[in-house]
Design a protein around this ligand. Structure first.
Ligand code: ZN
Length: 315
């Protein structure tokens, strides 16, 4: 039983407008779901991914809300989100991002070319030019030959990398892949989102919470049974593990790794086509069944959404 790479990464944004312009229009991801935050029906929750919203291609954003208390104890944090882009595509991305005023830096890590920049909220994004990844979204504004192919991995920064490293090895089945300039690279068996980099961060108090911050990272589990088994194993180590919660598009349980980063185990099922036709993903505001009765109230409280309903995929 082991993790099959990342399922999704969830972060906060100050402006859904700018967030949509960046992740959909500039990076070329598909907006696969418009819904509301699990703990706040009056706040949007946007999911981006490839054409089907496959696990391992997903990033999600909610507007920053100071009502969330769960991160106040955090010490570790996810400092960068990496996506796979095709080899030789960095020239295209430097031009495209530069034309939109996004400054990029090229570097090499573990012998792989990495293009780094920040999103409008200050979240660090890496485009790693390597073979592999998942199918790209072909209906977006980026040519298929250059398009993002799902998540590459994340970078977590913690005070004590060795402790976090041991946890991801022993509990999540990651294996050390190498070290580069103090960065420990761990790898899972997933085809996409398999990489977890651990770096040291000097003790500086709790991680900040707000726009540009990652709230949590979700890992793929093969089945609900595997999820339960893994949750029990982690709980047996003395880690607090949440009950399984229904997140509409997957089932989740949550815990913190020893360095303080919030982790989630998420199932592939039922996926984003559970309440929308695959061709129409992201076009309409979808609500969980228990909120449908309150749709009018919910819609009245949501801040105006930046896309016209029904044109979510338009450029
Ligand atoms: Zn999540």
């Amino acid at each position: 039983m082991t993790i099959r790479g990342l399922h999704h990464v969830t972060a906060f944004t100050e402006s859904l407008d700018r967030n949509l312009a960046f992740y959909r229009d500039l990076l070329g991801l598909r907006l696969v779901k418009q819904t509301v935050a699990a703990d706040d029906p009056y706040a949007h929750h946007l999911y981006y991914g490839n054409g089907t919203g496959a696990p391992g291609t997903i990033v999600t954003f909610s507007p920053w809300s100071d009502r969330d208390e769960t991160d106040q104890r955090a010490t570790g944090e996810v400092t960068a989100v990496g996506f796979v882009v095709p080899p030789q595509s960095h020239g295209y991305w430097v031009d495209r991002l530069g034309a939109h005023g996004v400054e990029t830096a090229r570097r090499e890590r573990f012998g792989q070319p990495v293009l780094s920049f920040t999103d409008p909220d200050g979240l660090s994004v890496d485009l790693v030019a390597v073979d592999g990844g998942d199918e790209p979204w072909t209906g977006g504004s980026v040519p298929t030959t250059e398009a993002v192919r799902g998540l590459f991995g994340v970078t977590v920064a913690v005070e004590d990398p060795e402790t976090t490293a041991r946890f991801v090895e022993d509990s999540l089945g990651y294996a050390l892949d190498g070290t580069d300039d103090g960065r420990l690279r761990y790898r899972s068996v997933g085809r996409v989102g398999a990489v977890l980099d651990v770096v040291r961060r000097e003790a500086s108090g709790p991680a900040p919470v707000g726009p540009g911050q990652v709230h949590h990272v979700a890992f793929r589990v093969g089945s609900a049974a595997e999820q339960a088994e893994l949750g029990e194993a982690i709980s047996a180590l003395g880690t607090n593990v949440s009950p399984v919660v229904d997140r509409q598009y997957f089932r989740s349980l949550y815990f913190r790794e020893p360095g303080g980063c919030a982790f989630e185990l998420a199932t592939d099922d039922p996926g984003f086509a559970v309440d929308e036709d695959p061709a129409d993903l992201g076009r309409e505001l979808m609500l969980p069944a228990w909120l449908e009765d309150r749709r009018e109230d919910v819609e009245a409280h949501l801040s105006p959404f930046p896309v016209e309903r029904g044109t979510a995929d338009a450029d």
